[in-house]
Write a new protein. Structure first.
Ligand SMILES: Nc1ncnc2c1ncn2[C@@H]1O[C@H](COP(=O)(O)OP(=O)(O)OP(=O)(O)O)[C@@H](O)[C@H]1O
Length: 235
């Protein structure tokens, strides 16, 4: 099966500052991979490279077998960055935030299709947002906002989802609920998740692999036994 995402000997530098070098990894459908590592070692950079937001200085990145600079099916990729600027002062409801995930797919003045409406309802059920759908986004707690933003990224039914610190400011109960929802998406819908976090409790039992980004390299994180097949798979 073609990997959802491949890095083949990828290097990256900001200006002349090397950040990543010789990164080879492969991510498949239906698995969650956690990326851990100290601040400033390149975890978010790795995500931005995979999303084509920045270009590698060396190597090749492929999404669904297509080099990232030629890839066009961006609705297959979800991304919830670490800090999301949603105009907090606007009177925008939770439901509107979630629906805005379809913005790239709807033509002007077109309504969502019945399939898209079903997807919106499914995602809001899964993420426990039905009770909150008419609430103003700005009035939600940090954890509730995070669920709305993740839901927004899920309405296009992506096959690969990047989550950057999804549990920052989230309590234990909400973290467990998020993990259960992601578990469903990974095991039932076959979603591939790249989960960037400093909070192992958020991905415990969910991530099949924990990779550490440190000193420009990606290696299996020290700790419990790893399934390390993602690394070097395309080298
Ligand atoms: N736009 C930029 N221009 C120059 N350097 C940058 C830029 N963005 C990030 N960096 C630098 O690249 C390095 C990697 O940053 P990155 O955000 O990928 O780290 P991270 O591992 O995700 O960190 P954290 O755990 O703090 O989120 C850091 O040294 C950072 O200062």
């Amino acid at each position: 099966m073609t990997p959802v995402l491949e890095f083949d000997r990828v290097g990256f530098a900001y200006e002349r500052q090397p950040i990543l070098s010789g990164i080879s990894l492969s991510i498949c459908a239906g698995e969650c991979t956690a990326l851990v590592g100290p601040n400033g070692n390149g975890k978010s950079t790795l995500a931005r490279l995979a999303l084509g937001l920045i270009q590698p200085t060396h190597g090749v990145i492929r999404l669904f077998g297509t080099q990232v600079h030629r890839f066009r099916h961006w609705s297959l990729i979800g991304y919830v960055p670490q800090q999301v600027a949603v105009a907090a002062a606007l009177p925008i409801s939770v439901e509107e935030v979630v629906r805005s995930g379809l913005a790239g797919q709807l033509r002007p003045l077109r309504r969502a299709s019945s399939t898209q409406e079903e997807r919106i309802e499914h995602v809001m059920d899964l993420m426990g947002l039905q009770q909150l759908r008419r609430r103003r986004f700005s009035q939600l707690s940090g954890g509730q906002q995070q669920r709305a933003l993740i839901s927004r990224s899920l309405v296009t039914t992506p096959r690969l989802l990047f989550l950057d610190e999804p549990t920052s400011g989230v309590d234990t109960e909400a973290r467990t609920a998020l993990r259960d929802s992601l578990e469903h998406l990974v095991s039932i819908e076959g979603l591939a998740v790249v989960y960037i976090s400093h909070d192992p409790a958020g991905f415990e039992g969910l991530a099949r692999r924990v990779l550490e980004v440190r000193d420009g390299h990606v290696r299996p994180a020290p700790g419990p036994p790893q399934v390390s097949s993602a690394l070097g798979a395309v080298a």
